[in-house]
Design a protein around this ligand. Structure first.
Ligand code: B12
Ligand code: SF4
Length: 455
């Protein structure tokens, strides 16, 4: 049985190709364990999908997509359907808006996929098809039932994350800088975040599991820099302390260093000391705003600008670089408030930073807000929610009531110039330096392609 996983990205955009997706790799690992490895021939691709369909001739196609790429997912689904191949789609977008799955998509997977894919695949192995009558008994999916789309009840979350095998990284490209996902979920509910709603309750892989996975990356794939892209890697302090001690005491990991993400209110001297001991060289923080009013709006009143500043200073005092991301364009944010963020970035010792224009993702409070304002709908062009504002600014859905898209672009570019300057000054002292060469080449290619398209 041949199964093709497709990660629906725009392969011309640097950030989308930076690391391959772990979602399909995780499901591939589960399928290998459930069915004998030789029973299923699996591939994971993110480009040249048409030729892969032609040459590999899969019996079923499983597509993974975020919101801005859901249109791309639809095109891949149509290509598969034209060949009579059934299509399952999963990921954060269809999970939030299951009714938006197109006619070419047979099944939508809502939420984490490891258990759902096994049930779907068992059905497919038995029938060679996914009949609606049988789909009715599989939880956490949506599917076409006559002229309507039916949404089944959710399933229980996977309680014991350690029961999930390591992602099948042999099916994806793993470079010397790779990433891991060692927990699921976050207890906070920032107004713009689709991730914490998606994973629902916070859960952690054990420290022992994390160590084994790190060892696998180092020994089997030669990885030297590992980024923990969890929403809240530092959320469980006891686990963090265990991981730190285990890494420190493991001489096979002496040449490996790490980066992780964190939340400013959880960065204390104690956490920073633990991160330093385990050779975390930089921490990514969603600082979001230098304006107290905007920050309280975005993060629902539970963090202040001085918490953010203290987190950066604490990390710096332990010799750890603090990277950050910021958001402009909250509904009532004024130009002056955006400039407060600009000044915050200038006077705080942040290393690398990124700025985004606020995007109302499905499944968030902002999506509901945008819907009541008539700015979004289930039938919209999903590329209008492209988070890379510079690519699609004239069509992007923005929420600002104080600036139009052109004015936002001007402000965004102002931040862009500061970003270029700051990042050029600091990249030399961050672990991301090892990515610089590939980054420059890809960004240049992306720029040329964009230019070609507009001329
Ligand atoms: C690591 C990461 C990245 C990495 C790697 C991306 C990748 N290829 O996976 C990089 C930096 C490259 C990246 C890029 C982008 N990312 Co990103 N990323 C993440 C992050 C932090 C973790 C993803 C991850 O590894 N999860 C672990 C795996 C196991 O989970 P998973 O991929 O979701 O898959 C599970 C389920 O979704 C489901 N599933 C997924 N696909 C399928 C398919 C089928 C058939 C089935 C049955 C099930 C299924 O089952 C899987 C196992 O449980 C998430 C936030 C989060 N905490 O989840 C954001 C997140 C997914 N990213 C996001 C965004 C916006 C982007 C970018 C658009 C950013 C940009 N500036 O361009 C690009 C788009 C890339 C793309 N995939 O299209 C948003 C998406 C929001 C939305 N509603 O669309 C998220 C949710 C963060 C946020 N801001 O809220 N990202
Ligand atoms: S933005 Fe970060 S802290 Fe806020 S809810 Fe999302 S994952 Fe949690």
């Amino acid at each position: 049985m041949k199964l093709l996983f497709v990660n629906a990205i725009d392969p011309t955009v640097e950030v989308e190709t930076r690391y391959p997706s772990l979602g399909p790799a995780s499901m591939a690992a589960v399928l290998r364990r459930r069915f004998t490895a030789s029973a299923i021939d699996m591939r994971i691709v993110d480009h040249d999908v048409e030729s892969m369909l032609r040459e590999f001739k899969p019996a079923i196609v499983c597509i993974s997509a975020v919101t801005q790429n859901f249109g791309i997912a639809g095109r891949y689904a149509s290509m598969a359907k034209k060949r009579g191949v059934p299509v399952v789609v999963g990921g954060v977008h269809v999970s939030a808006l299951p009714l938006t799955m197109g006619d070419s998509m047979d099944v939508g997977c809502i939420g984490e996929g490891e258990e759902t894919i096994v049930e779907l695949f068992s059905l497919f192995m038995k029938n060679g098809d996914l009949p609606a009558d049988d789909l009715a008994s599989i939880n956490a999916i949506s599917f076409h039932d006559g002229a309507s789309i039916r949404v089944n009840p959710p399933r229980e979350l996977i309680r014991d994350l350690d029961s999930i095998p390591f992602p099948a990284r042999d099916l994806i490209d793993v470079g010397p800088h790779s990433y891991m996902f060692t927990s699921r979920g976050c207890p906070y509910r920032c107004r713009f975040c689709s991730s914490s709603n998606f994973w629902r309750k916070p859960r952690f892989f054990s420290a022992e599991y994390v160590l084994r996975e790190i060892e696998e990356l180092v020994e089997n794939y030669g990885v030297r820099l590992i980024s923990f892209f969890d929403d809240l890697f530092i959320g469980d302090k006891a686990r963090l302390s265990k991981i730190a001690l285990m890494i420190e005491g493991n001489e096979r990991l002496d040449n490996v260093s790490f980066t992780c993400s964190g939340r400013a209110n959880l960065i204390t001297d104690e956490t920073a000391a633990l991160l330093k001991r385990m050779r975390v060289r930089s921490v990514g923080l969603g600082l979001e705003s230098g304006s107290e009013k905007t920050l309280r709006y975005l993060k629902v009143n539970n963090i202040s600008v001085s918490d953010n500043r203290n987190a950066v200073l604490t990390l710096r005092s332990h010799g750890i670089a603090a990277n950050a991301s910021f958001i402009i364009g909250a509904p009532e944010e004024t130009e002056n408030e955006m400039l407060e963020t600009f000044r915050f970035i200038k006077r705080t010792p942040i290393s690398l930073f990124d700025t985004y224009v606020l995007t109302p993702y499905p499944g968030t409070e902002l999506w509901d807000y945008a819907r009541t304002k008539g700015l979004v709908s289930d039938a919209m062009d999903w590329s209008r929610l492209n988070v890379n504002f510079y690519r699609n600014w004239a069509h992007a859905v923005t929420l600002s009531t104080t600036m139009d898209s052109k004015e936002l672009l001007k402000m965004y570019n102002k931040f862009g110039r500061l970003r270029l300057l700051k990042n050029m000054l600091h990249v030399w002292s961050t672990p991301q330096l090892s990515d610089l060469g590939a980054y420059m080449v890809k960004r240049m290619r992306e720029y040329l392609q964009r230019k070609r398209r507009t001329t």
